[in-house]
Design a protein around this ligand. Structure first.
Ligand code: PEP
Ligand code: MG
Length: 573
């Protein structure tokens, strides 16, 4: 039966594909769709993992000392029985064959189905036996990890739409190599890091659908309209045809934009605008090159720290930063120091606070963990000998934090000099304006820094007291709120007074509907997901600063929400 769901359009574009339901446990394992020609080798891989696990269990059983408690051999016997059961060693093969999912995914799906059945058992003891099933499955999964599958060509999963209750930024990073046609989730806001990553993947996404994970069934056909925030489940032929036409139009428009890849971003009245890219990982570099970005305005370095149990060493970080810096051929690469905490929790370290967005996050965490911070800063300084690396400090709120960070950088420079290790003596240090306190003190902060970068995603969150990842308050998260616009305008003017450049690297910079507004507020430096650069450039090339300034200023002054949309329309007319 066909039905439509409405959510928040998190990443524009139209996708038509079959649903693949994800759950957090599935997300932790590799999760991809196989091309037809790899199905046999995947079945073989699964079979081998089961056999190896069986051998391991038998070996363990044989090694049990004679005086060990009797439960131990019984326990291993039971695990061997579970492993031999068709439900574990046959059913996943059917899923691999029929749904073309990889072995880990098939096995976890089956595990969840079994756990669900166990949960229906009334007898508490029997119900608790589901733990054994889970343990056996985990054992096979571990073995599978040791038998990596054949590399899957990127295009194979093009017709799959991932349907999840919730995806964390760490989950999304795992999907960077797996090309789904779209993502849809029950939870999440438009500027959550998960949404940002969906945009960086350049694929349509709708969030805050609330019941999608419950209402949609595996393999059902769905249409995702990431611009309108609409999901159509089990569409009829007429609706499919309508969306296919929309999809073709969307592709045409994207194709047309490519023609301005090498054009300069200059307004109609001759003002040059800098368009930089935001990246999360080194793997994003081809996308940066493809759209001809003039630099990297935000490298979210914390993604190097996610999905692993250990910490990346200084050398590993150095190699990554150096590769990116060299790849940019002398163009600036702005490495934002670790912004862990809030929705990007590393698996190690501090406990999650009740209110993590206001807790030990970003610069606060770094200053509380000087060894961790020093290793990163040293790695960035070393990379600066190989190109134009810049440092960007996230979530500055007080002068104490700014001074402590600058002092730490000075000390590390001195240490490197003494050790005769090369670095750029004039490396630029910038600060993010994401907390209203920093926006209010922008001029004073700017005098101690080389540049400012406004993180509008957090600035909106902290100014309006709206959790950016919470869909329940997503309707209140408003980039056009006059208080937000006032802080942005004030920051740009403060930078001008201090003679320091100001960029915007939050999502507002990548929204072409807001380009004229930001130009009118005096912004000349933008940094955004590579996928947005060409659309924003087109808007820059169609704008004239002299024509947008007055209206932009009127938007700052306007406190009547009813007039906001019409003012923006006028600005974009
Ligand atoms: C921001 O807050 O606007 C920003 C760019 O940083 P992040 O989205 O990574 O918090
Ligand atoms: Mg931020």
């Amino acid at each position: 039966m066909s039905f439509t769901l409405h959510g928040i359009g998190a990443s524009a574009g139209i996708a038509i594909g079959r649903a693949h339901l994800a759950t957090p446990s599935r997300v932790e394992v590799a999760h991809y769709v196989l091309p037809e020609n790899l199905i046999d080798s995947e079945l073989d891989r699964f079979q081998k993992a089961v056999e190896q696990t069986r051998e391991e269990l038998r070996a363990l059983r044989a090694q049990i000392p004679p005086h060990a408690p009797a439960e131990l051999p019984a326990f291993l016997d039971m695990h061997l029985l579970i492993l031999d059961d068709n439900m574990i060693d046959e059913e996943p093969k059917r899923l691999i064959r029929e749904q073309r999912c990889n072995a880990e995914w098939a096995l976890t799906q089956q595990m969840e189905a079994l756990v669900a059945r166990f949960n229906e058992i009334e007898d508490a003891y029997l119900r608790s036996r589901q733990e054994d099933v889970v343990q056996v499955v985990q054992r096979v999964l571990k073995t599978l990890v040791g038998h990596p599958g054949t590399a899957v060509p990127e295009t194979t999963a093009e017709e799959c739409v991932l349907v999840a209750h919730e995806l964390t930024p760490a989950d999304m990073i795992l999907f960077k190599n797996t090309k789904f046609a779209a993502f849809i989730t029950d939870l999440g806001g438009a500027t959550s890091h998960t949404a940002i990553l969906a945009r960086s993947l350049g694929i349509p996404s709708v969030m805050a659908l609330h019941q999608a994970r419950n209402l949609i069934r595996d393999h059902e056909w769905i249409i995702v309209d990431g611009r309108e925030g609409v999901v159509v489940v089990d569409p009829d032929e007429k609706v499919l045809a309508e969306y296919r036409a929309k999809q073709a139009k969307w592709r045409q428009e994207t194709e047309k934009l490519r023609r301005i890849t090498t054009s300069r971003a200059v307004t109609m009245d001759g003002v040059i605008i800098e368009l930089f890219a935001n990246i999360e990982l080194q793997q994003d570099m081809p996308a940066v090159k493809e759209v001809g970005a003039q630099g990297i305005g935000l490298f979210r370095s914390e993604f190097l720290f996610l999905n692993r149990d250990d910490l990346p060493s200084e050398d590993e970080q150095f190699e990554t930063y150096r590769n990116v810096v060299e790849n940019m051929d002398g163009k600036p690469v702005t490495i934002r120091t670790l912004d862990l905490g809030a929705d990007k929790q590393a698996p190690w370290g501090h406990t999650v606070a009740d209110n993590p967005a206001l807790g030990l996050r970003a610069i606060r965490l770094c200053l509380a963990e000087p060894k961790l911070f020093e290793a990163q800063l040293r790695a960035i300084l070393r990379a600066s000998a190989h190109g134009k690396a810049r440092v960007l400090i996230p979530m500055l709120g007080s002068f104490t934090e700014l001074r402590a960070t600058l002092q730490m950088i000075e000390n590390l420079k001195q240490e490197l000099r003494e050790r005769k290790i090369k670095f750029d003596e004039n490396i630029q240090i910038g600060g993010m304006v994401e907390v209203p306190a920093a926006a209010l003190l922008a001029e004073q902060f700017a005098r101690h820094l080389d540049f400012l970068s406004i993180g509008t995603n957090d600035l909106i969150q902290y100014t309006l007291a709206i959790d950016r990842a919470d869909d329940a308050v997503a309707h209140l998260y408003d980039p056009l709120h006059p208080a937000v616009l006032t802080l942005i305008q004030h920051t740009i003017q403060s930078g001008n007074k201090a003679g320091k450049p100001v960029a915007v690297c939050g999502e507002m910079a990548g929204d072409p509907r807001l380009t004229r507004l930001l130009l009118g507020l005096g912004l000349r430096h933008f940094s955004m997901q590579p996928a947005s650069i060409l659309a924003v450039k087109q808007q820059v090339m169609r704008s004239s600063i002299s024509e947008v300034t007055d209206l932009a200023r009127r938007m700052v002054k306007n406190i009547d929400p009813d007039k906001t949309a019409s003012l923006l329309d006028k600005l974009n007319a």
